[in-house]
Design a protein around this ligand. Structure first.
Ligand SMILES: [Fe+2]
Ligand SMILES: [Fe+2]
Length: 447
């Protein structure tokens, strides 16, 4: 015959087994809100071992509002005949919110939270995954105190990193960014962490180096600071989108517009398109040799051909005069620099173009126009453009002159070193005469 205490003990074991082997996650909590036990399913869902989690306050795993709802529930509050379920988020080992659907059993001295992955959760994750692939848009979040980033699969794809290999931290993320854009990104992230967590989204466009192709890609990132749960950690939540193709298209349109403007000047001036192209290439070559940072070399290639745009404001009578100009006409002709500046100034992204238009006739010794500035007071882009323009003009045939040979051209330019031209640039031209010659020949006018 089984004694009462034996029956109690058997039931106790049965209950323990029921708790421990339940396929649903179960967390038992004291009335003070401390976790007293979790079962194997809960341990699996949250990624913690039982020994790690027992004794911890439940508030470490919940948002404030959810925590209050659980702790405020009184014994017997949930009538047995009704089926209560509600959805909430539990924070797993990696501070990621796991969406669960839960119910609760409350006794006098304990509560048991019973939960499972939210119904439809996996389905929604799959849908989200598919949408992210379609938009080439990933999501990420970054918790400050744990220095761990969570990346969605699409974010891994955008960066070209295998999710199985790297579990990215902040340093890994910074590594993926183009060295020239790192400062900008770090500054913006730090500012977000140090603000008073105002919920203002930040936007950034920057370059990354794709992990597999090692090629430069452009991304758009938008993120918002978030206080997260009562754990008090600060986190940033954001999206990232690969915009390389869109940017290339925009750039293409932008370049076409610049070319159209440049050709306006060519038509008025009887300058040839090849002259403009060569100037762009010479300037690009010089800037690369000078190891100018960022987009300088690419910008000057586009903007140098606009140097004479101000000639659209000079009358045909002067511009196309088949004779030597009078003193007064020469003065008018010189205003093409300030007219060009007025056309290009105060337009976004055209600062360099405006500087070149204004200063390409300044001379290193201060005898140029319109301002008579000297040396390095003349913007570098304009100094480069001046050498390139004269080199090309001398070597080209014009209605009023024959083409000079390469030797004659270099001799004239060398003679003007420190007078008309920046000596550093003249040296560079002479040292690289072969490269200049091949650019000149490869883009020579058909005529
Ligand atoms: Fe000019
Ligand atoms: Fe020119």
């Amino acid at each position: 015959m089984i004694s009462i205490s034996q029956t109690e003990s058997t039931e106790r074991t049965l209950m323990d087994n029921f708790f421990m082997h339940n396929p649903l996650g179960c967390i038992s909590i004291s009335n003070e809100g401390v976790i007293t036990d979790i079962n194997m399913a809960a341990s699996e869902i949250l990624g913690y071992r039982r020994s790690e989690i027992i004794g911890q306050p439940l508030k470490h795993f919940l948002r404030d509002s959810d925590l209050r709802m659980i702790l405020d529930s009184l014994p017997g509050f949930l009538p047995a005949e009704k089926h209560f379920r509600w959805d909430l988020n539990l924070y797993d080992r990696f501070c990621d919110a796991v969406s669960v659907s839960c119910s609760m059993v409350t006794g006098e001295e304990y509560k048991i939270l019973i939960f499972d992955h939210n119904s439809g959760y996996i389905e929604r994750i799959n849908e989200l995954e598919r949408d992210q692939i379609l938009a080439h848009l990933g999501t990420w979040d970054f918790s400050c105190d744990r220095n761990r980033m969570y990346w969605s699969n699409e974010t891994f794809r955008i960066f070209g990193i295998d999710p199985a290999v790297t579990n990215p931290g902040y340093e890994d993320f910074i590594e993926c960014i183009h060295p020239e854009d790192r400062e900008l990104v770090e500054e913006t992230l730090n500012r977000s962490f140090n603000t008073d967590l105002i919920m203002t989204p930040c936007e950034l466009r920057y370059r990354i180096i794709h992990g597999i192709t090692k090629k430069e890609r452009w991304v758009y990132q938008k993120f918002i600071p978030n206080t997260g749960s009562s754990r008090g950690f600060h986190e940033l939540k954001g999206i990232i989108q690969d915009i390389t193709e869109e940017r290339a298209q925009e750039e293409h349109i932008r370049l076409d517009i610049y070319k159209a403007i440049a050709s306006t000047a060519e038509h008025r001036d009887n300058e040839t398109g090849e002259h403009m192209k060569r100037i762009g290439e010479f300037c690009h070559f010089i800037s690369k040799k000078l190891q100018k940072p960022g987009a300088f070399a690419d910008d000057i290639r586009i903007f140098a051909p606009l140097h004479d745009i101000g000639k659209v404001g000079i009358s045909d009578e002067i511009l196309r005069a088949p004779r030597a100009l009078t003193e007064a006409e020469i003065e008018i002709m010189k205003t093409h620099t300030s007219i060009g500046y007025d056309i290009l100034n105060n337009r976004s992204k055209l600062e360099m173009a405006a500087e070149i238009a204004k200063n390409h006739h300044e001379k290193f010794d201060g005898t140029g126009y319109p301002s008579g500035i000297t040396g390095t007071a003349i913007p570098l882009a304009a100094r480069i453009c001046a050498v390139a323009d004269v080199y090309d003009s001398l070597r080209s045939k014009r209605c009023y002159k024959e083409a000079y040979s390469e030797e004659q051209t270099l001799a004239i330019i060398e003679e003007s070193s420190g007078k008309h031209f920046d000596p550093q640039l003249v040296r560079l031209l002479i040292d690289n005469r072969k490269s200049f010659d091949s650019i000149f020949k490869s883009l020579t006018d058909a005529a």
